[in-house]
Ligand binder design. Sequence first.
Ligand code: FAD
Ligand code: NAD
Length: 475
Amino acid sequence: MSDKFDVIVIGAGPAGYVAAIRAAQLGLKTAVVDAFVGKDGKAALGGTCLNVGCIPSKALLDSSKQFHNLTHNFKDHGITAENPQIDIGTFIGRKDKIVKQFTGGVTMLFKANKVTSFFGKGKLLKGNEVEVTGNDGTVSKISATNVILASGSVPIELPFAKFDGTHIIDNAGALDLTAVPKRMGVIGAGVIGLELGSVWKRLGADVTVLEALPKFLAVADQDIAKMAAREFAKQGLDIKVNAKVTSAEVKGDEVHIGYTDKDGAAQSLVVDKLLVAVGRRAYTAGLLADDTGVKLDERGRIVVDEHNHTGVDGVWAIGDAVRGPMLAHKGSEEGVMVAELIAGKPGHVNLDTVPWVIYTEPEIAWVGKTEEQLKEEGIPYKTGAFPFAANGRAVAMNEGIGQVKMIAHAETDRILGVHMVGPVVSELIHECVVAMEFKGSSEDLARIVHAHPALSEVVHEAALSVDKRAIHKGN
Ligand code: FAD
Ligand code: NAD
C-alpha cells in the first residue's frame, strides 16, 4: 500500500513549494517530490528560481552594480578608490551563500508546516498515484486525492549551439563562471541575456548580444525599449538586432559564431564564452505515465483551465509548466489559488495584472498592455509620461534616467498599462499593479498624496500627465 496524502506536489520551485505550504496551512496532509540537485551534489528545494534563476542572478547583479558604481559612478560623488579589483571567488561565493540560505529556508518552512519531502523524480500514474524514483535510485509509490504538477521549465537548446557547460553555457553556467571572460557572446536579447550580459559587462567583459528579431525587447512598450536600448549602448553592451545565428563552433578555447545581419549578409563573431538565452520550455520529461489523461499543448505545456485544473479529476498544474508568463510570482500565486480551491475556498489569479521586471540598470518594469497592443486591439487610449530627470530624489541619487509612461482608456480613464524604465522601478510598479487590480483610473493615482522627495512622485506626475496637468514639466 502506498502512503496516502491529501495533496502531492511534484516540483518544489516557487510554484510548487508555495502551493505545498499553503495546502499545509489549510490543514491538508501534503507531500512534495523534487528532483533538483544543487551545486554541492545535495538535494536543494526552491527550483530554478532559488537555485539558478531569480535569486542568484539578483545576487550577481547587485555585486556587479556595486563594482560598476565604484569604477564609474562614485567619482561624481567625490569618492575615488585606487585600482579597484573584484575577486570572482568571493563574488560567486557570496551568491552561493545566499542560494543556500534561501533553499535551506524552504526546507525549514516545510518542517514548520509539516510538509513531507521526497527527494527524487516524481511520475504521475493513473488514479493520482505518484511513482518516486529517489535520487539514490530506490522506487516507491505515494498517492493523494489531489496532485499538483509544478515541474517548471528548462532552457531551450539550439541545435547548432548545444550546451557543453564550458564554452557554450546556459543560465546556470553564466551564474558560475570562475573568471571574467574577455569576450562574451549572448544569443537572445531577452530577460536572461540582458540581466546576465549586464553582470559580466560590468565586470569588464566585452559583451555582444545577438537578437534574431528586428525590434529590441519586442514584448515591452517600444518607447521604454528604445530608452533602455540607448542606456545599454552607453554602457557598452553591444546589442545587434536582426542577427540570425547560423552556427557556433568551439575551436580550442574560443567559440566561433556565424550569423546573418539585417541585410542577410554573413557575419562572424569570436568569443570566449557563449550564453544561449533564447527562451525556456515547459519541462515534462518523465512526468506523466501514458494513461493519465493529462494533455500537453503544441508547445509542450500542460493544458489547464483558468483555475489551473488539467481536466483530470484531482490533477492540477501550475507555474512555468503551463500557459502564461514564466515568472516566479505568477507560479506562486497559482500555487496559492490551487491549494485554496482544493480546500474548498474561492481562488483566482488575474494574469492581466502580473508585473514584469527586468533587473538591468536602469531597471525595466511594466504591467498591463503596451501602446502597440492597444493599437492592434483597436482600444482607444491616452498616455502620460514623466521623466526621472525632473525628479529631485532620482537626481540626488545620480539616477535621473528613464521615465514612467501611463496608458489609460480614452473614455473611462481606467489604467490599461504602465511602463517604466529607471531607478528602482521594480518597486514602483506595484503601486500601479494595485491601482489596476482595483480597476483604478489615472485620476485616482493623480489625486493620491505621494511623499516628497520620492521616486514614486514620477508615477504621480505620469498620472497627472495623462490629463496634461503634470506640474514639473511642460504638457
Ligand atoms: P521551477 O522553478 O523550474 O521548479 C521546478 C522544480 O521541479 C525543479 O526543482 C525541478 O527539478 C523539479 N522537477 C521537475 N520535474 C520533476 C519531476 N518529474 N519530479 C520531481 N521534481 C521535478 N522570474 C521572476 O519572476 N523574477 C526573476 O527575477 C527571475 N529571474 C530569473 C533568472 C534566471 C537566470 C532564470 C533562468 C529564470 C528567472 N526567472 C525569474 C523565472 C523563474 O525562475 C521561473 O518562472 C520560476 O522558477 C518557475 O517556477 P516553477 O515552480 O514553475 O518551476
Ligand atoms: P526570453 O523569451 O526573455 O528572450 C529570448 C530572446 O531570444 C527573445 O528576444 C527572442 O527573440 C530571442 N531569440 C530566440 N531565438 C533566437 C535565435 N535563434 N537567435 C537569436 N535570438 C533568438 O527568454 P530568456 O531570456 O531565455 O528567459 C526565459 C524566461 O525566463 C523569460 O521569458 C522570463 O519568463 C524568465 N526570466 C525572468 C526574469 C525576470 O523576471 N527578471 C529574469 C530571467 C528570466
